[in-house]
Write a protein that binds this ligand. Sequence first.
Ligand SMILES: *[C@@H]1O[C@H](CO)[C@@H](O)[C@H](O)[C@H]1NC(C)=O
Ligand SMILES: *[C@@H]1O[C@H](CO)[C@@H](O)[C@H](O)[C@H]1NC(C)=O
Ligand SMILES: *[C@@H]1O[C@H](CO)[C@@H](O)[C@H](O)[C@H]1NC(C)=O
Ligand SMILES: *[C@@H]1O[C@H](CO)[C@@H](O)[C@H](O)[C@H]1NC(C)=O
Ligand SMILES: *[C@@H]1O[C@H](CO)[C@@H](O)[C@H](O)[C@H]1NC(C)=O
Length: 431
Amino acid sequence: MHFSLLVFACVLCGSTLALNNGLMRTPPMGWLAWERFRCDIDCQNDPKNCISENLFMDMADRLSEDGWRELGYVYINIDDCWSSMERDENGRLQPDPKRFPGGIHKLARYMHDRGLKLGIYGDMGTHTCGGYPGTTLDKIQIDAQTFADWEVDMFKFDGCYSNATEQEQGYPLMSKALNATGRPIGYSCSWPAYVGGLPPKVNYTQLGEICNLWRNYDDIQDSWDSVLNIIDWFFDNQDALQPAAGPGRWNDPDMLIIGDFGLSLDQSRSQMALWSIMAAPLFMSNDLRTISSGAQSILQNKIAIGINQDAMGMAGRRILKEKSGIEVFWRPLSNNASALVFFSRRTDMPYRYTSSLRQLNFTTGSYKIIDVFTGKMASLKDSTDFVVSVNPSGVVMWYVSAPARMNLNHLRRGQEAHRVAEENFIPYVFL
Ligand SMILES: *[C@@H]1O[C@H](CO)[C@@H](O)[C@H](O)[C@H]1NC(C)=O
Ligand SMILES: *[C@@H]1O[C@H](CO)[C@@H](O)[C@H](O)[C@H]1NC(C)=O
Ligand SMILES: *[C@@H]1O[C@H](CO)[C@@H](O)[C@H](O)[C@H]1NC(C)=O
Ligand SMILES: *[C@@H]1O[C@H](CO)[C@@H](O)[C@H](O)[C@H]1NC(C)=O
Ligand SMILES: *[C@@H]1O[C@H](CO)[C@@H](O)[C@H](O)[C@H]1NC(C)=O
């Protein structure tokens, strides 16, 4: 299919119904505790890393003081293991009193005072995955109201210790219960991940109507293997998954592990680039107190974030899988622009990949290119061959502007105009 047609088809995809809370018209961004800090509740021996209000306040300070908030990273999300082992005398969930002495409401205020938002975690069924009190069907209303009373802004509903029948009832019920509180609360559903992530077991039309985002697949771990496994699953199943995303309704391939221990800088750029192509939520799970400047600059790349946050909200696709191990991904953006990612699965050395925009089905015209990670700019005609050098397990990512119309008057004006036209025939090499 020609890309300009695909963009037009999106007029239809934009009209798909999304959850009616007005939230997350672009993918949510922020920080989530789980991958990096898990269920570390040992505050005595590991005070810096334990799941406590100090950890979340530290991360809030970093988000608001180190330039993250201004870029859109505004959610601070608590995951499992925050609660007490017992509900209170009114049957309400309560935080562990030693680790959260100020309570969740005070923590939410701490976030709001800094222009941030607070997310919290719960689990349908008898227990959370970590063994804390779960939310059985009869507790859905009271738990939704508790979170609203605490002024929480987002809620992730996991699904350990529930079965498919309960999930079918519980996920829509929680959506209604959150709505009934009157507080706009972003709703993240783990439902599809528990039933294989694909139709016919998953009805993505329904999910888009009841949830703002959903985990489709396995938990991410701190390794390149895990990232690659997630990339492969999402793009192998893009026909089912890509159309499910749109403003207010997002596939969630799980957290960014950039800044942790498992990824090289090239692999970090690959995760940032492909999460942006997928229009994925950008929840970092790392230690913002000690993050390297290299990882920070990848996570704070304004062009990559701009692509991720594009207002049209259409997710991208893998468009080519070459025998050489190069894969090409494309995402249409507002104003007829788009993003391209050249990704290398090779394990030998940087690979020089040759193509042209015409070969990639771009319409005739002259395009402005910005290399997302080097900031280099160039103009490129659709017919001009280019070469990109892609590192092993790395990417080259481009923002591609709308094609400029050919201006015939310029061509008639002679010498100078000729030079401009000819420039476009120089093969561009981005190294
Ligand atoms: C609840 O749903 C109604 C209608 O579906 C919507 O208009 C309203 O904004 C929602 N309220 C919240 C707080 O999500
Ligand atoms: C699912 O769980 C509920 C509540 O525990 C139980 O009543 C029901 O029998 C279970 N259904 C299946 C199919 O296991
Ligand atoms: C999926 O959900 C939508 C919206 O709730 C519904 O109209 C449709 O019938 C469902 N599709 C299937 C195959 O169940
Ligand atoms: C996008 O391209 C279409 C068709 O090529 C054109 O009609 C439309 O004006 C363009 N939109 C913008 C914002 O440039
Ligand atoms: C370009 O379009 C042709 C014809 O529709 C199609 O066969 C080919 O796969 C497309 N190429 C890419 C890179 O999308």
